[in-house]
Design a protein around this ligand. Structure first.
Ligand code: CUA
Length: 374
């Protein structure tokens, strides 16, 4: 008789478990589906934070946060972020709620109670419940993530017809950008047209780097001997900053990216100018600097169209069109150029450029020459 009762209890627990799991699963899926649709309709960032400065700094020239999205790709990633955050908050509230409830409901109520409360071990239904429910949650998050990855990450054959191809090559510690369509080779600072798909083909000259401009796209690794494809379409004209996002050596933090999004006409003006050979130097100092540039090792690494074709280091043909030098560390000023040429290792220890022990006047001349590279 007692055995029969026990069997019935076990059978009932199993049934209860199955019913509860199916119900939780169904309610969960429906809730997540509704939540996802709500997030798409009313993005929490726009609804709650756009006007405040929690994530957005209205006065800043740029924002480097994943909560400021200036492309369809980053908006999708942001929605997924919110979905995961809200589901996690839901789980936190439920789990902590049950914990607090148990602490209050089953606390020791009077002084006579001694010893431990009744313990429960090895209940299959309970063990299964707290295994199956988390699995359902993880599967749901996984499906949502796969869907987002599928929609933002292109494969080799998916290049849009009207896109602009940019080859991105990571170097320790700077970025090389090439735009074959316009014959442009530049470093660290890229100009692209607004509202046109930008098709990135990423590679690396040495170790693994990661290309990341948070407002325009998620991260994508730049790997040697393998091409990764990435794509974004910028909504608005503006300046967008990024950063190498994969540790690549001592100067990893000084491997910045700057993308200037311009309208089509301004972009074409820029690209056309970048494709021109270096302008002719005028002053005696610049003429001498050019000679120094060719006599010393500079030209082995740095390309200057029409003068040298080194390609281990940033192309300098239009150096003065860039706002920063040294992988984004310093503003591109005459004084900074002099300090850099004199001793790069003092500014960016470990970088490939050695101090060439130039005399003061040679440094003056080289920088006069560099200043003509507009
Ligand atoms: Cu390149 Cu970190």
């Amino acid at each position: 008789m007692a055995e029969e009762n026990a069997d019935r209890t076990v059978a009932r627990s199993w049934l209860l478990l199955v019913v509860v799991t199916v119900l939780v699963g169904l309610v969960g899926f429906v809730a997540i589906f509704i939540l996802g649709a709500q997030i798409t309709e009313h993005d929490p960032t726009e609804t709650f934070f756009e006007a405040s400065d929690v994530f957005v700094q209205p006065d800043a020239e740029w924002n480097t946060t994943i909560f400021v999205s200036k492309s369809p790709e980053t908006r999708e990633i942001r929605r997924l972020t919110w979905l995961v955050v809200l589901i996690s908050v839901g789980i936190f509230v439920v789990v902590e709620g049950l914990l607090v409830f148990a602490m209050i409901r089953y606390r020791r109520k009077n002084a006579e109670t001694t010893g431990e409360p009744v313990q429960m071990y090895g209940s299959n239904p309970v063990e299964l419940a707290w295994t199956v429910i988390p699995i359902l949650i993880v599967v749901t998050l996984c499906l949502a993530t796969v869907r987002t990855i599928h929609s933002v990450q292109p494969t080799a054959g998916e290049r849009p017809e009207n896109s602009l191809t940019v080859e991105v090559i990571g170097h320790r510690w700077w970025w090389e950008f090439r735009i074959p369509e316009y014959d442009v080779v530049t470093a660290n600072e890229l100009v692209v047209p607004v509202q046109r798909p930008i098709w990135l083909e990423l590679g690396s000259a040495d170790v693994i780097h990661s290309f990341w401009v948070p407002e325009l796209q998620g991260k994508m690794d730049a790997i040697p001997v393998k091409t990764n494809y990435w794509q974004f379409t910028a909504d608005e004209v503006g300046t967008y900053l990024g950063q190498c996002a994969e540790y690549c050596g001592t100067q990893h933090a000084n491997m910045l990216i700057r993308i200037d999004v311009k309208d089509e006409a301004d972009f074409k003006t820029w690209a056309t100018n970048q494709a021109l050979p270096a302008p002719n130097e005028t002053t005696p100092s610049a003429v001498n600097g050019r000679k120094v540039f060719l006599e010393y090792a500079c030209q082995n690494c740095h390309g200057v169209a029409g003068l040298s074709d080194g390609n281990f280091a940033p192309d300098l043909t239009h150096l003065m069109s860039r706002t920063l030098i040294a992988g984004g560390m310093l503003p591109n000023t005459i004084d900074n150029l002099k300090a850099w040429v004199e001793n790069p290792q003092a500014i960016k220890p470990g970088c490939d450029m050695p101090a060439l022990q130039l005399s003061k006047s040679e440094i003056e001349d080289v920088v006069s020459f560099l200043a003509t590279l507009k």
